[in-house]
Design a protein around this ligand. Structure first.
Ligand code: GLV
Length: 335
């Protein structure tokens, strides 16, 4: 009998094709995520769940899924999964690191540049027929990027890729990470600094930390008040890393100049949210990894991880390596 994989949402076809080669695929071919009730019902008798970052894989769900052996998430982040509980139950969790790094770094830069140079505001002005005088010496002035100071908070793969791009802009780069990265310091000529120093000195601050109890609210009122009035803050990591209310206030009252955000405390963000009334914020709907190539690679990678576990082979991108001690892998022949 083929193992059963429940796929929670519409994903690029390559992922489904791969799963179908050796599994019975229960494909919920829809763009919106399932309701909680639908999800709890659907996982009851499956061997694997292929999910996205929108479906909470918590204790309640894991308890419902009595046959579950593996959760594959088509995301690099796994803050939606109760990893500790999954591990205690012998459930393998795989994700999709690496393949989205450069695409997310590109998007981080797109937001940074759009926010600094007021690209969206300018575009709106033209479309609304408000471009009424030709080239004007004081129209839509923004902030320079070239030669300025970039602060990278979180120097994992994505933070590194963002910093690497900044070399082309001749920027001085400060970074903070829980681990000091002397290799990266040598390679990129970057400097290790405290978060406080970064906030004080950087013209651009970009966050690239995973969401954990420690990083929730990492940038709040106190931190925003330390930043330069001319600074631009960018977030392509997770919304709750920045206190959104405090950020709104900071942008309204001019504590900082602008922000570029791909992620929010609640997604989708309410269109009436006061943040969206501000001109000095550029927003995108959590699409930092959304290129054709990268989403195909992510879809494939999550499927490969699931299949490996079901076959009893060690997957490459295991979030909880300790699980092997709880439920050792046993080779299974799958067609
Ligand atoms: C997207 O946010 C991801 O974690 O892949």
């Amino acid at each position: 009998m083929k193992p059963v994989v429940y796929v929670t949402r519409k994903i690029p076809e390559v992922g489904i094709k791969l799963l179908k080669e050796c599994c019975e695929v229960r494909y919920r071919d829809e763009v919106p995520p399932p309701s909680r009730e639908e999800l709890l019902e659907a996982v009851k008798d499956v061997d694997a769940i292929y999910c996205t970052l929108n479906e909470k894989m918590d204790k309640e769900l894991i308890d419902k899924a009595e046959k579950l052996r593996v959760i594959g998430t088509m995301s690099v982040g796994f803050d939606h999964i109760d990893l500790e509980y999954a591990t205690s139950k012998g459930i393998y969790v795989v994700h999709t690191p690496g393949v989205l790094t450069e695409t997310v770094a590109d998007h981080t830069w797109a937001l940074m540049m759009a926010a600094a140079r007021r690209v969206v505001e300018a575009d709106n002005m033209i479309r609304k027929g408000e471009w009424t005088v030709p080239w004007a010496p004081t129209m839509l002035l923004g902030h320079d990027i070239y030669g300025k100071v970039l602060g990278v908070i979180g120097l994992g793969r994505i933070g590194y890729a963002v910093a690497k791009r900044a070399k082309g802009f001749n920027m001085k780069i400060l970074y903070y990470d829980v681990y000091r990265r002397e290799d990266a310091e040598k390679e990129l000529g970057i400097e290790y600094a405290s978060i406080e120093r970064i906030l004080k000195e950087a013209d651009f601050v970009t966050v690239h930390v995973p969401l954990t109890p420690k990083t929730r609210g990492l940038i709040g009122e106190k931190e925003l008040k330390i930043m330069k009035k001319t600074a631009v803050l960018v977030n392509t990591a997770r919304g709750p890393v920045i206190d959104q209310k405090a950020l709104t206030k900071a942008l309204q009252e001019g504590w900082i100049a602008a922000a570029g955000l791909d992620v929010f405390e609640k997604e989708p963000i309410d269109p009436d949210d006061p943040l969206l009334k501000l001109k000095n914020v550029v927003v995108t709907p959590h699409i930092a990894s959304a290129s054709h190539d990268t989403r195909n690679k992510m879809a494939e990678m999550a499927a490969e991880g699931i299949i490996k576990v079901l076959r009893g082979e060690k997957p490459d991108n295991l979030c909880n390596p300790e699980v092997i001690n709880v439920r050792p892998l046993e080779k299974v022949k799958m067609i």
